[in-house]
Ligand binder design. Structure first.
Ligand code: SAH
Ligand code: SF4
Length: 349
Protein backbone atom coordinates (compact mmCIF):
# COMPACT_ATOMS: atom_id res chain seq x y z
CA UNK A 1 0.00 0.00 0.00
CA UNK A 2 2.98 2.30 -0.46
CA UNK A 3 1.19 4.12 -3.28
CA UNK A 4 -0.91 6.32 -1.01
CA UNK A 5 1.82 7.23 1.39
CA UNK A 6 3.73 10.50 1.26
CA UNK A 7 7.46 10.49 0.69
CA UNK A 8 8.76 11.80 4.01
CA UNK A 9 11.78 13.28 2.21
CA UNK A 10 9.45 15.80 0.61
CA UNK A 11 8.60 17.28 4.03
CA UNK A 12 10.54 20.02 5.73
CA UNK A 13 11.28 20.10 9.44
CA UNK A 14 8.21 22.12 10.39
CA UNK A 15 5.95 19.84 8.37
CA UNK A 16 7.34 16.85 10.27
CA UNK A 17 6.77 18.77 13.52
CA UNK A 18 3.14 19.46 12.74
CA UNK A 19 2.56 15.85 11.77
CA UNK A 20 3.93 14.77 15.16
CA UNK A 21 1.91 17.40 17.00
CA UNK A 22 -1.27 16.15 15.36
CA UNK A 23 -0.48 12.62 16.48
CA UNK A 24 0.27 13.70 20.05
CA UNK A 25 4.01 12.98 19.75
CA UNK A 26 6.75 15.15 21.21
CA UNK A 27 7.98 17.87 18.91
CA UNK A 28 11.70 17.30 19.55
CA UNK A 29 11.38 13.94 17.83
CA UNK A 30 11.03 15.84 14.56
CA UNK A 31 14.65 16.94 14.74
CA UNK A 32 15.79 13.37 15.37
CA UNK A 33 13.77 12.13 12.42
CA UNK A 34 15.11 14.89 10.21
CA UNK A 35 18.66 13.89 11.13
CA UNK A 36 17.97 10.29 10.20
CA UNK A 37 16.65 11.45 6.88
CA UNK A 38 19.42 13.84 5.88
CA UNK A 39 22.49 13.77 8.12
CA UNK A 40 22.96 10.06 8.66
CA UNK A 41 20.58 9.07 5.94
CA UNK A 42 18.79 5.78 6.36
CA UNK A 43 16.43 4.16 3.92
CA UNK A 44 14.02 2.53 6.36
CA UNK A 45 12.24 3.65 9.51
CA UNK A 46 13.52 0.55 11.37
CA UNK A 47 17.00 2.03 11.21
CA UNK A 48 15.94 5.08 13.26
CA UNK A 49 17.13 3.38 16.40
CA UNK A 50 16.68 6.20 18.90
CA UNK A 51 12.94 6.35 18.25
CA UNK A 52 10.46 4.16 20.04
CA UNK A 53 9.02 1.17 18.22
CA UNK A 54 5.61 2.83 18.32
CA UNK A 55 6.86 6.00 16.69
CA UNK A 56 8.68 4.04 14.01
CA UNK A 57 5.48 2.16 13.29
CA UNK A 58 3.50 5.39 13.15
CA UNK A 59 5.94 6.78 10.59
CA UNK A 60 5.87 3.58 8.58
CA UNK A 61 2.09 3.60 8.48
CA UNK A 62 2.04 7.13 7.14
CA UNK A 63 5.14 7.60 5.04
CA UNK A 64 7.68 6.02 2.76
CA UNK A 65 11.34 6.96 2.32
CA UNK A 66 11.65 7.18 -1.43
CA UNK A 67 15.29 6.23 -1.89
CA UNK A 68 17.12 3.95 -4.34
CA UNK A 69 18.11 0.31 -4.16
CA UNK A 70 21.31 -1.20 -5.53
CA UNK A 71 20.10 -3.61 -8.19
CA UNK A 72 23.42 -4.45 -9.77
CA UNK A 73 27.01 -3.46 -9.26
CA UNK A 74 29.78 -3.72 -11.84
CA UNK A 75 33.41 -3.02 -11.10
CA UNK A 76 35.73 -2.03 -13.93
CA UNK A 77 39.39 -2.98 -14.28
CA UNK A 78 40.20 0.65 -13.51
CA UNK A 79 38.15 0.44 -10.27
CA UNK A 80 35.26 2.52 -11.57
CA UNK A 81 32.01 1.15 -10.15
CA UNK A 82 28.77 1.35 -12.06
CA UNK A 83 25.60 0.90 -10.06
CA UNK A 84 22.19 0.15 -11.49
CA UNK A 85 19.69 1.56 -9.02
CA UNK A 86 16.10 0.41 -8.97
CA UNK A 87 13.39 2.84 -7.99
CA UNK A 88 10.15 2.39 -6.14
CA UNK A 89 8.24 1.83 -9.41
CA UNK A 90 10.76 -0.67 -10.73
CA UNK A 91 12.47 1.76 -13.09
CA UNK A 92 16.25 1.73 -13.37
CA UNK A 93 18.80 4.50 -13.33
CA UNK A 94 22.56 4.50 -13.15
CA UNK A 95 25.23 6.11 -11.06
CA UNK A 96 28.99 5.75 -11.23
CA UNK A 97 31.77 5.98 -8.66
CA UNK A 98 35.06 7.09 -10.15
CA UNK A 99 37.97 6.69 -7.73
CA UNK A 100 41.37 8.11 -8.52
CA UNK A 101 44.53 8.84 -6.60
CA UNK A 102 43.55 12.15 -5.09
CA UNK A 103 39.81 12.22 -5.41
CA UNK A 104 36.70 10.12 -5.75
CA UNK A 105 33.79 11.31 -7.78
CA UNK A 106 30.15 10.28 -7.78
CA UNK A 107 28.40 10.69 -11.10
CA UNK A 108 24.64 10.69 -10.59
CA UNK A 109 21.43 10.82 -12.61
CA UNK A 110 18.70 13.45 -12.47
CA UNK A 111 15.98 11.86 -14.61
CA UNK A 112 14.96 8.42 -15.85
CA UNK A 113 15.98 8.82 -19.48
CA UNK A 114 16.05 12.17 -21.24
CA UNK A 115 13.91 13.74 -23.93
CA UNK A 116 16.46 16.04 -25.51
CA UNK A 117 17.62 13.46 -28.00
CA UNK A 118 21.29 14.34 -28.54
CA UNK A 119 22.21 11.93 -31.30
CA UNK A 120 25.49 10.73 -29.81
CA UNK A 121 24.06 9.91 -26.37
CA UNK A 122 22.70 6.53 -25.28
CA UNK A 123 20.42 8.09 -22.66
CA UNK A 124 18.88 10.30 -25.32
CA UNK A 125 17.62 7.21 -27.11
CA UNK A 126 15.48 6.23 -24.13
CA UNK A 127 13.17 9.20 -24.11
CA UNK A 128 12.04 10.62 -20.79
CA UNK A 129 10.28 8.29 -18.39
CA UNK A 130 10.11 10.61 -15.38
CA UNK A 131 11.92 13.02 -13.12
CA UNK A 132 13.74 11.74 -10.05
CA UNK A 133 12.56 12.80 -6.61
CA UNK A 134 14.81 14.71 -4.21
CA UNK A 135 15.44 11.52 -2.23
CA UNK A 136 16.27 9.49 -5.32
CA UNK A 137 18.93 12.04 -6.25
CA UNK A 138 20.24 12.36 -2.69
CA UNK A 139 20.40 8.64 -2.02
CA UNK A 140 22.48 7.95 -5.14
CA UNK A 141 25.14 10.13 -3.54
CA UNK A 142 24.72 8.49 -0.15
CA UNK A 143 25.06 5.00 -1.66
CA UNK A 144 28.11 5.89 -3.76
CA UNK A 145 29.65 7.58 -0.73
CA UNK A 146 29.20 4.42 1.34
CA UNK A 147 30.61 2.30 -1.50
CA UNK A 148 33.70 4.51 -1.76
CA UNK A 149 34.33 3.91 1.92
CA UNK A 150 33.53 0.19 1.92
CA UNK A 151 35.43 -0.76 -1.22
CA UNK A 152 38.32 1.69 -1.29
CA UNK A 153 38.41 3.42 2.10
CA UNK A 154 37.97 6.71 0.28
CA UNK A 155 35.74 9.62 1.16
CA UNK A 156 33.73 11.16 -1.60
CA UNK A 157 35.33 14.39 -2.78
CA UNK A 158 33.30 15.39 -5.84
CA UNK A 159 29.83 15.06 -7.30
CA UNK A 160 28.90 15.52 -10.93
CA UNK A 161 25.41 15.51 -12.37
CA UNK A 162 26.47 13.83 -15.57
CA UNK A 163 24.54 10.60 -15.41
CA UNK A 164 21.18 10.10 -17.03
CA UNK A 165 18.94 13.07 -17.71
CA UNK A 166 18.97 16.83 -18.03
CA UNK A 167 19.20 18.30 -14.51
CA UNK A 168 17.76 21.68 -15.47
CA UNK A 169 14.54 20.02 -16.60
CA UNK A 170 14.10 18.66 -13.08
CA UNK A 171 15.06 21.99 -11.57
CA UNK A 172 13.32 22.05 -8.20
CA UNK A 173 14.23 18.52 -7.13
CA UNK A 174 17.82 18.85 -8.30
CA UNK A 175 18.30 22.14 -6.47
CA UNK A 176 16.74 20.85 -3.28
CA UNK A 177 18.95 17.74 -3.35
CA UNK A 178 22.07 19.83 -3.99
CA UNK A 179 21.10 22.19 -1.20
CA UNK A 180 20.91 19.29 1.26
CA UNK A 181 24.14 17.79 -0.08
CA UNK A 182 25.99 20.98 0.80
CA UNK A 183 24.03 21.90 3.93
CA UNK A 184 25.39 21.11 7.38
CA UNK A 185 22.02 19.57 8.08
CA UNK A 186 22.82 17.12 5.28
CA UNK A 187 26.10 15.82 3.87
CA UNK A 188 27.98 19.08 4.34
CA UNK A 189 29.95 18.92 1.09
CA UNK A 190 31.28 22.14 -0.34
CA UNK A 191 29.25 23.31 -3.38
CA UNK A 192 32.56 23.98 -5.10
CA UNK A 193 32.96 20.23 -5.32
CA UNK A 194 29.64 19.79 -7.08
CA UNK A 195 29.19 20.23 -10.84
CA UNK A 196 25.91 20.36 -12.67
CA UNK A 197 26.24 19.48 -16.35
CA UNK A 198 23.60 20.80 -18.72
CA UNK A 199 22.95 20.66 -22.42
CA UNK A 200 22.66 24.47 -22.09
CA UNK A 201 19.12 25.80 -21.65
CA UNK A 202 19.35 29.62 -21.61
CA UNK A 203 16.18 30.31 -19.63
CA UNK A 204 17.11 27.83 -16.91
CA UNK A 205 20.70 29.06 -16.73
CA UNK A 206 19.35 32.55 -16.03
CA UNK A 207 17.22 31.06 -13.29
CA UNK A 208 20.30 29.44 -11.74
CA UNK A 209 21.97 32.85 -11.83
CA UNK A 210 18.97 34.50 -10.15
CA UNK A 211 19.03 31.77 -7.52
CA UNK A 212 22.73 32.59 -6.98
CA UNK A 213 23.84 28.98 -6.95
CA UNK A 214 27.31 28.19 -5.65
CA UNK A 215 27.99 24.91 -7.44
CA UNK A 216 29.87 24.69 -10.73
CA UNK A 217 28.09 24.89 -14.04
CA UNK A 218 29.28 22.79 -16.97
CA UNK A 219 27.73 23.23 -20.39
CA UNK A 220 27.90 20.47 -23.00
CA UNK A 221 28.75 22.61 -25.99
CA UNK A 222 30.26 20.16 -28.50
CA UNK A 223 30.13 22.77 -31.28
CA UNK A 224 30.15 26.55 -31.48
CA UNK A 225 28.47 26.54 -34.87
CA UNK A 226 24.66 26.71 -34.85
CA UNK A 227 24.16 24.67 -37.99
CA UNK A 228 26.43 21.86 -36.83
CA UNK A 229 25.25 21.85 -33.24
CA UNK A 230 21.63 21.62 -34.35
CA UNK A 231 22.50 18.60 -36.47
CA UNK A 232 23.47 16.43 -33.51
CA UNK A 233 21.81 18.35 -30.67
CA UNK A 234 18.18 19.08 -31.63
CA UNK A 235 17.79 21.30 -28.55
CA UNK A 236 19.96 23.87 -30.35
CA UNK A 237 17.22 24.47 -32.92
CA UNK A 238 15.12 26.13 -30.23
CA UNK A 239 17.97 27.65 -28.23
CA UNK A 240 20.61 29.30 -30.38
CA UNK A 241 24.24 29.66 -29.39
CA UNK A 242 23.74 33.43 -29.18
CA UNK A 243 20.98 32.99 -26.59
CA UNK A 244 23.14 30.52 -24.71
CA UNK A 245 26.05 32.95 -24.71
CA UNK A 246 23.85 35.75 -23.39
CA UNK A 247 22.61 33.51 -20.56
CA UNK A 248 26.18 32.52 -19.68
CA UNK A 249 27.29 36.16 -19.57
CA UNK A 250 24.39 36.77 -17.18
CA UNK A 251 25.34 33.73 -15.08
CA UNK A 252 28.93 34.86 -14.82
CA UNK A 253 27.92 38.42 -13.88
CA UNK A 254 25.49 37.30 -11.19
CA UNK A 255 27.53 34.50 -9.60
CA UNK A 256 31.09 35.53 -10.42
CA UNK A 257 31.74 31.97 -11.51
CA UNK A 258 33.50 30.81 -14.61
CA UNK A 259 31.83 28.45 -17.04
CA UNK A 260 33.06 24.95 -17.78
CA UNK A 261 32.54 23.78 -21.36
CA UNK A 262 32.39 20.11 -22.18
CA UNK A 263 33.45 19.38 -25.74
CA UNK A 264 33.12 15.88 -27.08
CA UNK A 265 35.42 15.30 -30.06
CA UNK A 266 33.81 13.30 -32.84
CA UNK A 267 35.67 12.43 -36.01
CA UNK A 268 34.88 14.59 -39.00
CA UNK A 269 32.02 16.31 -37.21
CA UNK A 270 33.44 18.88 -34.82
CA UNK A 271 37.18 18.23 -34.63
CA UNK A 272 38.69 20.43 -37.35
CA UNK A 273 40.82 23.52 -36.79
CA UNK A 274 37.92 25.62 -38.05
CA UNK A 275 35.79 24.10 -35.29
CA UNK A 276 38.51 24.90 -32.75
CA UNK A 277 38.65 28.51 -33.97
CA UNK A 278 34.89 28.94 -33.67
CA UNK A 279 35.04 27.44 -30.20
CA UNK A 280 37.84 29.77 -29.10
CA UNK A 281 35.84 32.76 -30.38
CA UNK A 282 32.79 31.60 -28.44
CA UNK A 283 34.85 31.47 -25.24
CA UNK A 284 35.69 35.16 -25.39
CA UNK A 285 32.58 36.50 -23.63
CA UNK A 286 33.22 35.02 -20.16
CA UNK A 287 35.95 33.20 -18.21
CA UNK A 288 35.96 29.52 -19.11
CA UNK A 289 37.54 26.19 -18.39
CA UNK A 290 37.37 23.55 -21.09
CA UNK A 291 37.06 19.80 -20.73
CA UNK A 292 37.78 17.93 -23.93
CA UNK A 293 36.06 14.56 -23.74
CA UNK A 294 36.72 11.40 -25.67
CA UNK A 295 33.73 10.03 -27.50
CA UNK A 296 32.51 6.73 -26.08
CA UNK A 297 30.92 4.39 -28.50
CA UNK A 298 27.21 3.76 -28.29
CA UNK A 299 25.22 1.69 -30.73
CA UNK A 300 25.18 4.51 -33.27
CA UNK A 301 27.90 4.00 -35.85
CA UNK A 302 27.58 7.50 -37.32
CA UNK A 303 29.77 8.79 -34.52
CA UNK A 304 33.41 7.92 -34.05
CA UNK A 305 36.14 8.98 -31.70
CA UNK A 306 38.52 11.53 -33.22
CA UNK A 307 41.97 10.35 -34.26
CA UNK A 308 44.82 11.07 -31.86
CA UNK A 309 46.26 13.59 -34.30
CA UNK A 310 43.02 15.55 -34.63
CA UNK A 311 42.56 15.38 -30.85
CA UNK A 312 46.06 16.73 -30.16
CA UNK A 313 45.80 19.47 -32.79
CA UNK A 314 42.47 20.62 -31.41
CA UNK A 315 43.81 20.79 -27.85
CA UNK A 316 47.05 22.48 -28.92
CA UNK A 317 45.13 25.14 -30.82
CA UNK A 318 42.97 26.00 -27.79
CA UNK A 319 45.95 26.08 -25.46
CA UNK A 320 47.66 28.39 -27.95
CA UNK A 321 44.77 30.77 -27.41
CA UNK A 322 45.56 30.74 -23.69
CA UNK A 323 42.49 28.75 -22.78
CA UNK A 324 42.48 26.40 -19.79
CA UNK A 325 42.04 22.92 -21.25
CA UNK A 326 41.67 19.60 -19.44
CA UNK A 327 41.54 16.30 -21.16
CA UNK A 328 38.97 13.85 -19.89
CA UNK A 329 39.94 10.32 -20.78
CA UNK A 330 37.17 7.83 -20.36
CA UNK A 331 36.86 5.63 -17.33
CA UNK A 332 34.99 2.41 -16.85
CA UNK A 333 34.65 1.73 -20.56
CA UNK A 334 34.73 -2.05 -20.18
CA UNK A 335 31.47 -1.86 -18.22
CA UNK A 336 29.80 0.90 -20.28
CA UNK A 337 30.05 3.30 -17.36
CA UNK A 338 31.46 6.19 -19.32
CA UNK A 339 29.58 9.40 -20.13
CA UNK A 340 26.84 8.91 -22.67
CA UNK A 341 26.83 5.14 -22.26
CA UNK A 342 24.37 5.12 -19.40
CA UNK A 343 21.22 3.61 -20.72
CA UNK A 344 19.99 1.23 -18.05
CA UNK A 345 21.26 -1.70 -20.11
CA UNK A 346 20.56 -4.12 -17.33
CA UNK A 347 16.90 -3.81 -18.03
CA UNK A 348 16.37 -6.69 -20.40
CA UNK A 349 12.76 -7.40 -19.47
N1 SAH B 1 22.11 16.22 -19.87
C1 SAH B 1 23.30 16.76 -19.33
C2 SAH B 1 24.01 15.84 -18.35
C3 SAH B 1 24.07 14.38 -18.70
S1 SAH B 1 25.04 13.96 -20.09
C4 SAH B 1 24.24 17.19 -20.44
O1 SAH B 1 23.96 16.90 -21.60
O2 SAH B 1 25.22 17.85 -20.14
C5 SAH B 1 26.67 14.09 -19.42
C6 SAH B 1 27.77 14.33 -20.44
O3 SAH B 1 27.99 13.17 -21.27
C7 SAH B 1 27.44 15.46 -21.43
O4 SAH B 1 28.55 16.32 -21.55
C8 SAH B 1 27.19 14.70 -22.71
O5 SAH B 1 27.34 15.51 -23.83
C9 SAH B 1 28.20 13.59 -22.60
N2 SAH B 1 27.99 12.50 -23.53
C10 SAH B 1 26.85 12.09 -24.10
N3 SAH B 1 27.06 11.06 -24.93
C11 SAH B 1 28.39 10.80 -24.89
C12 SAH B 1 29.23 9.83 -25.52
N4 SAH B 1 28.74 8.92 -26.34
N5 SAH B 1 30.55 9.86 -25.24
C13 SAH B 1 31.06 10.76 -24.36
N6 SAH B 1 30.32 11.69 -23.73
C14 SAH B 1 28.99 11.72 -23.99
FE1 SF4 C 1 20.02 14.28 -22.58
FE2 SF4 C 1 22.50 15.12 -21.92
FE3 SF4 C 1 22.14 12.83 -23.31
FE4 SF4 C 1 21.68 15.18 -24.46
S1 SF4 C 1 23.66 14.44 -23.71
S2 SF4 C 1 20.37 13.37 -24.59
S3 SF4 C 1 20.83 16.34 -22.79
S4 SF4 C 1 21.46 13.23 -21.23
Amino acid sequence: MTENKTDILSLNLSEIKSFLAKKGEKEFRAKQIYEWLWKKPVSSFEQMTNLSKELRTLLKDNFIIQSVKVEELQISKDKTIKVAFSLIDGMLIEGVLIPSENRSTACISSQVGCNLGCEFCATGKLGLKRNLSVGEIYHQVVTLMNLADEKYKLSLTNIVLMGMGEPLLNYDNVLKALEMISSNKGLGMSPQRVTLSTVGLPRMIKKLADDKVKFNLAVSLHSANDKKRSEFMPVNKRNSLAELSEALVYFNEKTGQRITFEYLLMEGLNDSLKDAKEFAEYCKSFPVKINIIEYNSTNDSRFKRSSNTAFDEFVTFLKGRNLVVNIRRSRGMDIDAACGQLAGKKKTN
